[in-house]
Write a new protein. Sequence first.
Length: 209
Amino acid sequence: MSAKDCGNHGEKRRKLFRRIFAGILIFLFLVLVTILIIWAVLRPSKPSFVLQDVTVYAFNASVPNFLTSNFQVTFSSRNPNDKIGIYYDRLDIYATYRSQQITLRSAIPPNYQGHKEINVWSPNIYGTAIPVAPYNAIALNQDQSAGTVLLMIKMDGRVRFKVGTFISGKYHLYVRCPAYIQFGSRTAGIIVGENSVKYSLLVSCSVSI
């Protein structure tokens, strides 16, 4: 075989590879455009969350710079989409005070939320002798003396969206629910047991994905 024939053969292989590569790019581009068009037509909306109530079983900051707490929180999640389902692959819930986490994380079991469906969860969150920053301990004592403590109930997780048979990749879900607890007055809540008070809140939560 002459050098010219070898050169032509190599050029043909390069052209073939370029065509294959171009075909793959075009295919991926068409798939991406199709997904974007479907997404734009369906106009997916993020789920909405409402913190319904908080039952306080323990909230003891008598030991300096340490906090023991135990809550049961009830919240609802609504899927506003009529053509898109939501998979909650992971959802952890915990409480913070002035941006400091004061309870351990509690996990919500993975579940699927259908179109326009509402789910209600009532997990327990707690922390035993959790160290509190000195400046937060001072602020907490002041808030308790004033009778109202602002806690932030937070939920972090991963969700996927389902459209027909198509299931999206995983997205981070962040939920923030302010909870004003009037520890100084039992008349603000319902006594449900010894040293246990249930506070009805019905607070809309901020949601970001």
